[in-house]
Design a protein around this ligand. Structure first.
Ligand code: GRF
Length: 208
C-alpha cells in the first residue's frame, strides 16, 4: 500500500482527481493518509473532509516567523509517515529539510510543459497568462519530482493541450486541468504505486 500525503493550497481539483482515481480503482493500492494545507479557507480541505481524509492546516499566520512555520509544516507531513508526498496546487516552497528527507519521493503538478512558463513567479493563472501572451499554440501540464529548485526536478510525465484562438487565461487553465492535470497526476501516482517509475542519471524511466 502506497501511503501518500497530499499538500494543497487552493480549490483541490487535483486532490479530487486523486481521491476519485483511488475510489474508481484507477490508482493501484494507494491511500491518502493526510491532506496538508497552508490556507484555512481552501476548498481542498472541504474535499478532504467529504472524503473522510484527515486534513491538517498549517498556516503561516499562526507562526511568529518563517522558520517556525516551516518546522510545523515538516512535522505535519512527517507525522503521517508517507511513502510519497504529492504537491497538488501547493503554493509554498517545500522546506529543504523535507526535500532532504524525501529525496525523489515528492512529486508536483505544474500547469505548463516544463521548461516553458515555470520557475519563480509562475503559478496558477499567471502560467496561462504568460502562455497566451507568448502566443504558444500548444501548452499542457507536467508532473515532476521535486528537488531544491523551483520546478527543476526530473520530469515524470507531460501531456499537451491545444491553445484556442479565443482562450482567456481562465478558459485555458480549465482545459489544462481537465485534459492534462487531472489525467497525468493520478496516472503518475498509479505508476509509482505499481513500482513502474525508475530514476537513472536524473532521468525518469517508465517501466510499466
Ligand atoms: C491549478 O492550476 C494547478 O495546476 C496549480 O494550482 C491550480 C489549482 O489547483 N498547481 P487545484 O484545483 O487546487 O488542484
Amino acid at each position: 500500500m502506497l501511503k501518500i500525503v497530499v499538500c494543497v493550497s487552493g480549490g483541490g481539483t487535483n486532490l479530487q482527481a486523486i481521491i476519485d482515481g483511488i475510489a474508481q480503482g484507477a490508482i493501484y493500492n494507494t491511500k491518502i493518509v493526510r491532506v496538508v494545507c497552508n490556507n484555512p479557507g481552501a476548498g481542498a480541505l472541504e474535499r478532504a473532509k467529504a472524503a473522510g481524509i484527515e486534513g491538517v492546516c498549517v498556516s503561516p499566520k499562526d507562526y511568529e516567523d518563517r522558520e517556525r512555520f516551516e518546522a510545523a509544516l515538516v512535522r505535519a507531513v512527517e507525522e503521517a509517515d508517507p511513502d510519497l508526498i504529492v504537491l497538488a496546487g501547493f503554493l509554498v516552497k517545500v522546506p529543504a529539510a523535507l526535500i532532504k528527507h524525501y529525496e525523489n519521493r515528492i512529486i508536483n503538478i505544474h500547469p505548463s510543459l516544463i521548461p516553458a512558463f515555470c520557475g519563480t513567479g509562475y503559478y496558477g493563472l499567471r502560467v496561462h497568462e504568460a502562455a497566451l501572451s507568448r502566443g504558444v499554440k500548444i501548452t499542457g501540464a507536467t508532473v515532476h519530482f521535486v528537488d531544491e529548485g523551483m520546478d527543476t526536478g526530473p520530469i515524470i510525465m507531460q501531456k499537451a493541450v491545444e491553445v484556442h484562438e479565443d482562450d482567456t487565461p481562465k478558459t485555458l487553465q480549465r482545459r489544462v486541468m481537465e485534459e492534462a492535470e487531472w489525467v497525468i497526476l493520478p496516472w503518475c501516482i498509479n505508476l509509482i504505486a505499481a513500482g513502474q517509475i525508475k530514476l537513472e542519471n536524473g532521468r525518469v524511466i517508465v517501466t510499466g
